[in-house]
Design a protein around this ligand. Structure first.
Ligand code: NAD
Ligand code: TYD
Length: 377
């Protein structure tokens, strides 16, 4: 079937994996990637598919309603996968306005543009989809308790060595929203607007909330690529607080596969949580990264341990995130494809093999912004 799909934020980390997957897998679809190209957007992430006949890139700001409205018409968009956002918690602590602008007003502008365009068509919302990509951070923070959680239901175990569950409570689709950071508050607000457009106007929306992603093309302000790059340059590895916070990590291509499945098979107005039952304390995952980078660089074991530097904790640092994704498994048959050990090995190798990609974005303005951020924290 011919479809015209607008993917926002397609030049970013997760968006670039989703665009690549859709362009390769669906030659009959026209994929329009709309991205403002902020510091986090990088067209080098999409070199492999940029000349394909079923792909168009548009540089635009989602907050600009008139432009969103025109693009809906011009490309006769019938499906939207909305990933464009400001995504880094530390930046949101320094500059919450930008997060409210893009994540809240940008999502609202896209919703309204889709509504107005789809309402001009004879079939209206029939066959349409507005799929909003969100985060588990909207649910707030969980406690660390006796590590006896739900056993992973997946045939691909999250991790062959460790199956960590640092508590008995997990985020469900029904968990009450309780965001703490300006980032998660702005994402929560955008999720509410998306659901309001379904409840008020009948817009065919879907929301998914995913755990922390890792893999190739992630901007090196986030834990895993930042640490890989710092180890390579023998720079300090800034561990916030005591390194005891827990995150639930999913390989980015498994998130992209889930997005594909939910876009096509998900039920309108539903929410699906996405995660791999793969919880790690920061300090433990940091040790795995150090060990893997040292091994791949031919350094003796323990060589880079001395780079670990405990620094002042992040303000309002959420202790634990943990997703229960059994609804997605049960209803749509999704499972992660990779064990964590394989995912992290692939990820470290990718960053070490793509040093040009890393060097390009860690020079100049970005480097100055980044240093400034740490100086003032
Ligand atoms: P990212 O920061 O790597 O990419 C965001 C992209 O959005 C960039 O290409 C940027 O240029 C673009 N963008 C930003 N503001 C824009 C605007 N005003 N108009 C148009 N484009 C704009 O983010 P990511 O990590 O790929 O996250 C993508 C989405 O997934 C976000 O909505 C995020 O909240 C969500 N999410 C991320 C994670 C994660 O671990 N990274 C986990 C769950 C959910
Ligand atoms: P991050 O990659 O920023 O994702 P999020 O805050 O959305 O979970 O951080 C992952 C975890 O690592 C989080 O608990 C904060 C911590 N962290 C550090 O300890 N040092 C760092 O330099 C960064 C960027 C993160």
């Amino acid at each position: 079937m011919k479809r015209n799909i607008l993917i926002t934020g397609g030049a970013g980390f997760i968006g670039s994996h989703v665009v690549r997957l859709f362009v390769n897998k669906y030659p009959d679809y026209h994929i329009v990637n709309l991205d403002k190209l902020t510091y986090a957007g990088n067209l080098a992430n999409l070199k492999e598919i940029e000349d394909r006949p079923n792909y168009t890139f548009v540089r635009a700001d989602i907050v600009d309603f008139e432009v969103m409205r025109r693009i809906m018409d011009e490309h006769e968009i019938d499906g939207i996968i909305h990933l464009a956002a400001e995504s880094h918690v530390d930046r949101s602590i320094k500059d919450p306005f930008t997060f409210a602008r893009t994540n809240v007003m940008g999502t609202l502008s896209l919703l309204q543009a889709a509504k107005e365009y789809w309402e001009t068509l004879p079939e209206k919302y029939e066959g349409k989809r507005f799929y909003h990509i969100s985060t588990d951070e909207v649910y707030g923070a969980l406690e660390l308790t006796n590590p006896k959680g739900i056993e992973s239901p997946f045939t691909t175990a999250a991790s062959s060595e460790h199956h960590h569950a640092y508590g008995t409570v997990f985020f469900l689709e029904t968990t009450k929203y309780n965001p703490h950071s300006p980032y998660s508050a702005s994402k929560a607000s955008s999720d509410h607007f998306v659901r309001a457009y379904h409840d008020t106007y009948g817009m065919p929306t879907i929301v998914t909330n995913c755990s922390n992603n890792y893999g190739p093309y992630q901007f090196p302000e986030k834990l895993i690529p930042l640490f890989i790059n710092n180890i390579r340059h023998r720079k300090p590895l800034p561990v916030y607080g005591k390194g005891e916070n827990v995150r639930d990590w999913l390989y980015v291509e498994d998130h992209a596969r889930a997005i594909d499945l939910i876009f096509h098979k998900g039920i309108i107005a539903e929410t699906y949580n996405i995660g791999g039952f793969n919880e790690w304390k920061n300090i433990d995952i940091i040790k795995v990264i150090i060990k893997t980078v040292d091994r791949l660089l031919g350094n003796p074991e323990g060589y880079s341990d001395e780079l670990i530097t405990y620094v002042t904790d992040r303000l309002g640092h959420d202790m634990r995130y943990a997703i229960d994704s059994r609804k997605l498994q049960r209803e749509l048959g999704w499972e992660p494809s990779l064990q964590f050990e394989e995912g992290i090995e692939r990820t470290v190798r990718w960053y070490l093999d793509h040093q040009d990609w890393m060097d390009n974005i860690t020079s100049g303005d970005y480097e100055r912004y980044y240093e400034d951020m740490y100086k003032n924290r």
